[in-house]
Design a protein around this ligand. Structure first.
Ligand SMILES: NC(=O)c1ccc[n+]([C@@H]2O[C@H](COP(=O)([O-])OP(=O)(O)OC[C@H]3O[C@@H](n4cnc5c(N)ncnc54)[C@H](OP(=O)(O)O)[C@@H]3O)[C@@H](O)[C@H]2O)c1
Length: 185
């Protein structure tokens, strides 16, 4: 169940929000995050050519797990360096800088979907808010058990008050590499 919230948002944003088709070129910002990781996989699954942004650990992880994806370091690389090449951009960050680079990198008839920014004057902008769906959860669970999709887990501990505090402190400190799992029973 570790991917249910972020995973649904990533999957639905690609399939329902952007309606990505085979052969399209898709850019996912925040590709190593819980939403971005599933957005990348849903876009690959749809037959798209995929690029993503990440940094540090996330950059290495994406390059190892998805060698077919072009991964940019968002701290140093310009995603618009090759011009307006994307049909669809999935933004999980929402900053002015990320949005400006996204519109520059998107084709005139393309779309920039954000799950963070609420509005933008550019007509290519789409805001997406995930609606929980049992059908999507089932697709993700089936995909994870068959190996069609993967999740990235940082640590797995038994559920206890101490472990909740430990995981919370780690999230506050930063440097968590994937999901923190607390198991029941
Ligand atoms: N609208 C909705 O329905 C909906 C649903 C779920 C989540 N959200 C929102 O979506 C956002 C992302 O959620 P999440 O669960 O995926 O978060 P997350 O797991 O914390 O991931 C965020 C990712 O963004 C990356 N990042 C940070 N600054 C960046 C930048 N300037 N350019 C590119 N990537 C950058 C981070 O990489 P580093 O670790 O390398 O910094 C990290 O991989 C949150 O704001 C959340 O509230 C909205």
């Amino acid at each position: 169940m570790s991917v249910v919230l972020g995973g649904q948002t990533g999957y639905s944003g690609i399939v329902r929000g952007l309606q990505v088709k085979a052969g399209q070129h898709v850019l996912v910002h925040g590709g190593s995050g819980s939403v971005g990781l599933m957005a990348i996989q849903a876009a690959l699954d749809a037959g798209a050519e995929v690029s993503a942004t990440a940094s540090g650990w996330g950059l290495q992880m994406l390059r190892e797990k998805f060698p077919q994806v072009t991964v940019f370091d968002y701290k140093t690389d310009d995603v618009a360096a090759n011009g307006a090449v994307y049909d669809a951009v999935y933004d999980t960050v929402g900053s002015d800088r990320v949005l400006a680079a996204s519109f520059k990198a998107t084709k005139q008839n393309g779309h920039v979907l954000s799950i963070v920014a609420r509005s933008h004057r550019d007509p290519r902008f789409v805001h997406f808010f995930n609606q929980a769906s049992g059908e999507t959860v089932q697709i993700l669970l089936d995909g994870l058990s068959s190996g069609r999709f993967i999740s990235v887990i940082d640590s797995e501990l038994p559920l206890s008050a101490d472990n909740v505090q430990l995981d919370y402190a780690r999230l506050q400190q930063g440097g968590v590499h994937g999901k923190l799992i607390l198991t029941v029973g």
